[in-house]
Each structure stands twice: as C-alpha cells, then as structure tokens.
Design a protein around this ligand. Sequence first.
Ligand code: FAD
Length: 527
Amino acid sequence: MRALSQFKRLVVWFRRDLRVHDHAALAQACQDAEEVIPVFILDPNQFAHKEVGSGRVQFLLECLADLDRSLIARGSYLTLLRGNAVDVLPRFVACVGAQGVYYSLDIERWSGQQRDRALIQRFAEQGLVFRGFLNYYLQLEGEYDRERWHAEWTRFSKQPLYPPPEHIPTPQLEPCPGIQTYSYIPTLRDLGLPPNTQRLLPGGETAARTRLFTFLDQRIATYRACISSPSRAEEDGTSRLSPYFKFGCLSIRACVQEARRRYIGAPPAVQRSLQAWVSRLQWRDHFIQKFALYPEAEFVNLYRPFDAIRRYEDADPKLLEAWQQGRTGYPLVDASMRALVETGLINFRMRAMLATFLTLNLMIDWRHGAEWFMRHLLDGDACVDHWQWQMQAGITQPTRPFLRAYNPLKQCHDHDPEARFIHKYVPELRTLPPPLVFEPHKLSPFEQTWYGVHIGRDYPAPIVDAEATRKSAIEIITPIRELLAQAEREGRLDDYRNTLSDVTPWLRVAAPQADEAPAEMVAEEEA
Ligand SMILES: Cc1cc2nc3c(=O)[nH]c(=O)nc-3n(C[C@H](O)[C@H](O)[C@H](O)COP(=O)(O)OP(=O)(O)OC[C@H]3O[C@@H](n4cnc5c(N)ncnc54)[C@H](O)[C@@H]3O)c2cc1C
C-alpha cells in the first residue's frame, strides 16, 4: 500500500530537463505528493534575447511535444504557462492550491540564476516548498577544488537512476484567472519568431534515446577516429547528442552508466572510444560548473588586461560579415560556417577553427562569434559556448604554455583530404580537385578558366593572410598571457579578473527588459 503522502499537490517545474527517465524532481514529487502538476514556462523576455535562433526554438518545441506525449502516456500532461517565471509561477502555485514546487537545479545564464534566487526568496516568504534536485552534477557549496569536483562527479554518476514514474496523478485544472497558458504546443509563428531554415535533428527524449542506443550499439567503435573529421562527424560518427543534452532530454549519468556497462569486456578500440566519450560528458558538466563559479564569463573577458586588445565595438563589419557568411576565401573555414548555419551542428575541431579564425586571424572580439554561434547552434548552450569562445580566443588558462591557432590549410590536408566536406558546402568549388581546392586563390588565370572558378567573382580571395595574422595575434596576446601567468604563480591572478560589476553594461545589451520585447513574442526556457 502507498504510504501517506507528505503533500496534497506539488508542481514540477520543467526547465532544461525535458525527460521522464532519471528525473529526480519528477520521481520524488510522485513519491511525496498525492497529485503532481508538470509545468513548463515560456517567457517572452527570453525569446527576445539576441542569442536565440528559430532552429533551436523549433527543437525545443519538439522536445516539449515529446515530453507531453510521455506524460500523457503516464496519465498526466504538460501545462504550458506564458510569462515571466518570477511572476507567473507563485501565482500559478497559489491558484492550483499546491504546497510547492520541485525542480531541477540548473546553471546557464546569469538572468536564470537571478530568477532562481528571486523565486527561492518569494516561496520562502510565502512559506511554500521550492526544492531543487540535481539534474547533472553541480557543486553547490564550499570552495571549488578541481580534484574534489572530479571525485564528486564520479560519485554522483554512479548513484542509482530514478526510473520513469509509471503513473503520474495529475488533476484536471480549472483556468487560473490572469495567468496565460497555451492549450497546445505553439509554433514558431505563434511565438512571433521567423520560420526555421535549418535541417534539424528531431527534438525530444524519444529521439534522444534512439540516437543514444544506435550510437552505442553501432558506431562507438569508430567514434575516436571520427571526432576531428567534419564529414565523418556529420555522418553520425560522433554521437550528435549535444542538442539533447542542452535541453536535458538525456540524463548525463544515465549515459555514463550505460557506457560503463558496455566497457566491461569490450574490445580495446571500443573501450578507448567509450572512455573518450565519457570524458567529454564530464567536460560538459565542468564547463557548467565554471559558469556557476564565474558567471561574468557570459558577458566579459575573464581577465581585464585583454579588454583593450579586441573591443566589441571595434569589430571590422566587412571581415565579420565575411566570416558569418562563409566567404573568407579559406574553403574549410567557409564550408564549416555554411554547415553550421545550414544544420545547426558542426564538430568540435571545426568550431575551434572558426573561433580562432575570428579571434586570432581577424582579431575580432569573441562575443561576436559567441552570439553568432548561439543564434545558429542547435546545441547552443551559453555555458559551453561562451567558455569555449574565451578559451579559443586564448584568454583563459594563461599558464598553458602555448596559444593555439588552427591553420585552415593544414586542417584541409589533415581532416578533409578528399575535400568531401568542402565540396558539399562550397558548391562553387566542386570542379576543383584536392589539393587545388584547398588554396583556390593560387590558381593561375589558365586554371581558373579551365576549372570555371574565377577568384574574386565566383569565390573570394583570402580576406587576410592567415599566417601573418596568426603571428601578429600571438605577438599581441602572449605578453598578456605571460603577465597573467606570473600573477598566477604569485597568487595574484584574481587581481586581474573582471567581475560582475564590469558586466552591467553587457546585461543591458544581452537581456532586454520586459517592456522592450514585442508583445506577441513568447520565450523559450533558456534556449
Ligand atoms: C567555440 C566552440 C563553441 C562550442 N559551443 C558549444 C555549445 O554551445 N554547446 C555544446 O553542447 N557544445 C559546444 N561546443 C563543444 C563541442 O564542439 C560540441 O559539444 C560537440 O561538437 C557536440 O557534438 P557531439 O554531440 O557529436 O559530441 P560527442 O563527441 O559525441 O560528445 C558527447 C557529448 O559531450 C559533450 N561535449 C563534447 N565535446 C565537448 C566540449 N569540447 N566541451 C563541452 N562538452 C563537450 C557534448 O554534450 C556532446 O554531445 C563548442 C566548442 C567550441 C570550440
């Protein structure tokens, strides 16, 4: 017989945890309450954010539809509220007579962290429960220590999983006066967003689980060999699960446990791939932890001495546009950018090459790149994205002995030797075989006529000299890294940090106020 429940009704607030498997807040609410009301809040402010793109919102909407189907199969359904969570959630809880809210702890944007703090205070004032559960490992208290963090992550990843609830007892609700809800999953058009133009993976936990198991069943053995090749990664050589992790359609620790289970007795190649894959899942959580520790990284350079060398407002608009449009004159850079814009995904190495091309070769502030990536990436996740951008721009980890700038020509030879990827995404160069296609600007006038590719007409000449600009970037950045490395050795690195007070002007730019957002726009949850 079921034990007496602690609560009559609880709301489960879904955020970036759009699944029913290994969902601590949902499972615990089903234990603790007689009735459970699953909700998701679409907030107009978040859709007005300059880093939001229609492709990722479309993916989110598919995740919500899939979650709703899973809840319906368990006797429940998703209530979609519209508005600012700090305002809407307490009113909704009062209206439905719930005793509180269970939710998954999450870090992404600073605005989300502020929202959660405001809600903690609001619910405490009202004497209601507002209880957060770990959704992935996050150190919440105490001094951060890298070693300890890794040990705790491993411990957390081994804990038993929460099975999906068989039945979720959700009452039929009367409309709450003054609270807007959606009676169906809205479309992009309903949300006032432009149509999606990207070729997307299907959203949702069901698609995520299918992809996870086919990846581990059929493709894991060659995973390591596929990581750096843009074509092989794109042909599902890597898991391409990042959009699902972004929205919490999969539990990281469930994936880690599945990988560990398959590790035992597997051939060495599979074991190495499983290890490499699990370490990437750990990196992801680690980037999120860093964001929790240094929320200013969403907006500003981690270290102040870098502020002067690449200022946001100084970006050369022509160079920036050439990079954004995939018209730099470097075929692999251009193919990678066009693939990213067309599909919302690209492998790590090509992302890193695009990032160093913008920040080191073009000397443009990383925030332009991060914004553009976020607008187009299906997995766009500020924690990973903004931190990676700062890393690739060479402005984190000052004690690391070298500054890495990816050579766009070498990447062609190493990772697209047959030019499959270039030919796919830069069709105007299809007549050119490798290695000619790697440096089309070196074609003689005769070759240009022979192959029907006229540089400056059909395809641009390089917008900068990659080797010369790489050297000059290193000359500019290295002395600052040395200064910071010295400060770190002397325990003074924090003296050079930008802080949240340096962020204030950026907060204004990054997060429009409620009244700036067009009335018909509705937001996604941290998309
Ligand atoms: C400039 C730049 C921006 C990036 N922006 C994002 C972003 O917004 N969102 C995002 O999820 N990843 C981002 N990455 C990291 C990485 O490129 C992607 O996670 C990876 O390409 C996703 O492909 P996959 O799912 O096939 O990964 P797999 O190789 O199958 O790895 C499994 C999972 O591990 C995680 N992961 C893999 N590589 C990394 C990494 N380097 N850092 C953190 N987590 C990782 C992802 O969740 C991924 O799905 C960025 C990298 C760079 C250089």
